[in-house]
Structure formats: C-alpha cells, structure tokens
Design a protein around this ligand. Sequence first.
Ligand code: T4K
Length: 368
Amino acid sequence: MEEKILVTRSSMPSMDEYIEEIRDLWESHWLTNMGIKHQKLQSELEKYCDVPHAILYTNGHLALENAIAAMQFQEGGEVITTPFTFVSTTHAIVRNGLVPVFCDVNEVDYTIDVTKIEELITDKTVAIVPVHVYGNLCDVGTIQKIADKHNLKVIYDAAHAFGVQYKGVNAANFGDASMFSFHATKVFNTIEGGAVTFADDSLVQVLNDMKNFGIRGQESIAYVGGNAKMSEFQAAMGICNLRHLDEEIQKRKSVAEHYRERLSGVDGIRLCKEQPEVKHNYSYFPVVFDGYKYTRDEIFEMLGKENIVARKYFYPLTNDIECYADYPTAGAQKTPVAKHTADRVLTLPMYADLSSEAVDKICDIILK
Ligand code: T4K
C-alpha cells in the first residue's frame, strides 16, 4: 500500500545534529529547569523575533493561559475572541475565569472581523484575544486602535504565526503579548513547546513565576505558580530546528505555490489570498469548497480513500462544541461567516518535504 500522506509532518533536524546538540546533557545531567539549552533558545528566539522578551513554555496552551493570567483581569471579565480556532484559545480564556464573547471572522483571511469588535464591547470587557489563524495576520493596526480607545489589553493567539512578518516587523511584536505554539505540527517545533513574547519588562517576573511554582530562590516562593517549564531536550530540538527554519519556510512556499497553480481560478474553490506586506510562513493550506461540484465532506472522503488525510481545521467552531453548550455566548449562528467557513473548509497536507507528485495527486483527486 502507498504511504499515507498526513495533513502535516514534523520538521526534524538530522539525527546527528540533534545528538550533537544534546551530547553535553550527558555530561551535565541537567535536563530541565531553565538550563543552558533553555537559555540559549530563549535568547535566539528573542533575536529571531526581534522582541524584548520571549518566555518559553512546555506547550503553547499553557503559554496562552499564563499570558492571559499575567494581565490579572477581574474574574468574570469579558474577552472578545473568535470561534474559528483550535479549542485551546477558548479554553485558555475560560480556564482563567473569564467569559469568551465570540466575534465573527472576515471572509478574506478568517481572522477577527474588526468592523464587528466595537459592538461587542461592554463595561465588563477586559481584553481582545484575536487569532492569527493559519498564520494569516489579523488587522493589528485597527485592533490596537480599538484597544487603546477602550482601554483593553490585546493578547494574540499567534500559535500559527511563528516567523510571520508584517511590513518587516515580526508578529511577536504586536499587542500586549503574543503566544506561539512550538508543537510538533507547527512550522517551528520544540516537540511540544510554546512561548509568550512581549515588550513590558514588568511581565517577565510574573510569567517566570507562573511557569515555575513561583520559586525565586531556594527559600523564597513569592507566587502561587504552576509548572509549565520547557525541558532541555525540547529546547535542544528548537535550537536545531531554528537553524533550518528559513529554508523550511521557503520549501513550504513552493508547496503553496504549486497548490495555487493547480487550484486557483476553479469555480467553487476559494483559496486565501496572499496578504499585502505580509511575509507568510505557509503553515497551513486551507481551501474552502463553496458551491463546488463536490462538498468539503465529499472531498475529505475521496482523499481519505486514496490514503490522504486532510483535516477540517477548524470545524466545529468553539462556540458550537459540547463543553460550551450551556454558555450564554454559545451558538454558531451568532457568527455566520465563521460557521459558513467551518462547514466548508479543508486544510490540505502541507509540510516542507511534501513532494510535488503528492501535491499533483491531491489536486487531481479534487479536480477530477
Ligand atoms: N491556539 C491555536 C490556534 C492552536 O492551533 C493551538 C494548537 C494552540 C493554541 C495550542 O498550542 P499547543 O498547546 O498545542 O502548543 C494539533 C496540535 O496538537 C495542536 O498543537 C494544534 N494547535 C492543532 C491545530 O492541531 P491534532 O489533534 O489535530 O493533532 P494530531 O495528533 O491529529 O496531528 C496532526 C498531524 O500532524 C498528524 O496527522 C501527523 C502530524 N504529526 C503529529 C504529531 C503529533 C506529526 O508529524 N508528528 C507528531 O508528532 O492537534
């Protein structure tokens, strides 16, 4: 049987390169708790993102949960966000005792519809948590203007946007903080991992406290923190992967261009347009089947029969999942563009080493 083509495949350095990077851990026996690999990756990421601070985490979800917690909002505060995302975004808000208020997305890049944010603001609103979904950048300028006008914090879920730039500025620099996921499925991975990036020096202590039990010294526990530290093995993977990141993004770009050549201009097939002045990372390749001769679910099945596993990211919407069913803000009908998109979108296989034959095979099945 032919090998399965999955929606993505983790980027990995050569085994030799990774072994070389972790060799000294066998000498030091220092495996976690902010050792030399952690320190090295942190400073390399700050440099790569050109951002004052990057705090590393063991995964993106806890990074986002802690980034929101670090803002010290009053319990019950309302947070404007979008439902067209991975459940983590909404969970991170709710697990902080805050109330998600779902704003619709726009039809062009599926990020938050900035024309609909202000009508959702009440005297309880404390923050906006927009999502750079698929690595598509939100309208960061308009969001910041709205936030400044209403005195709100902006915490970006930038899980998909590592390496993305807008007008030459790295995505890590927008809003009060941004969270990146370094999960195995991401453009840049540390196996599991994540980071919060920000400029405000006063957040450094609190984010470090939150991820390490609030320990400031052997006899000083100043804060009720948890444990969300990135290990040395994760950091070493990141150090290796960062060396190859630009090349990986370049390869993904070629895959995306090939898909575009084959699928652009077909009636009933909608692709994301390239965003102006954005250097993309090509993290996902979403296709919306809207009035096409086959439905999204039919295409999903047809690909599946040929051993190709595309994914319905992001269906169902997070305002339509069972754990939020009793929530006053639940209900996909309140976000019609997100609902329309979630019902029709399929993310096609996308990774640096996806062969051009595989892309042709996928497109042949879709277009046949
Ligand atoms: N915010 C947003 C917007 C997010 O998308 C995410 C995560 C987060 C926050 C939270 O960040 P993390 O805490 O995860 O750092 C995956 C990922 O687990 C998740 O990280 C990601 N978003 C989400 C969109 O997708 P699944 O359940 O779809 O993954 P899974 O196991 O089905 O894997 C998908 C494909 O990836 C596999 O078919 C093959 C490939 N793969 C997977 C793994 C685990 C590999 O090549 N290597 C691997 O090790 O959730």
